[in-house]
Design a protein around this ligand. Sequence first.
Ligand SMILES: [Ca+2]
Ligand SMILES: [Ca+2]
Ligand SMILES: [Ca+2]
Length: 162
Amino acid sequence: MKSRHFIAIAIFWLIPFPLLAQSFQIDVVDAVTSENGDTGLARAFVDLPAMNTIVWLNVVSSDESEVTASGILGFTATSPTGLPITIRGIDDLEVDGDQTVTITVSVDPDRTTDPSFLLAQPVSFNVTNLDNDFESVPLSPWVPLVLVVLCALTAAAFIAQR
Ligand SMILES: [Ca+2]
Ligand SMILES: [Ca+2]
Ligand SMILES: [Ca+2]
């Protein structure tokens, strides 16, 4: 065997598997939601899966009482790229301020049928859910008294005019 052929075969077998690994990217379009119903948006771009396989991405929120995200996305070789991940802010009754939640997207290893995606690293990003609850300001005890005095003065002025 010529040494050139031997080197070519050796390089072929020495290519580490991670170099062959497929992965995905997340493009965060809108990372702000609100308790008033304003939604956020991210898009998932997946490398081309092998024919007749499906790559499943799980989308998980670190706090579903604040923010939820569309749970699972499936990609085939013919899927459009940039599938949307819809992110929703949850309305609560607490004066809890704006809350930041982490959304994590990862390959579902149990359902994905293209093994070249199994080493893809999870991607996380933060979403802020704007609060819409406010502390009620307690009325000063003087306000009713001032109103009574004003009413009395108005009545006295009205009577004096007649
Ligand atoms: Ca609320
Ligand atoms: Ca909240
Ligand atoms: Ca709130």
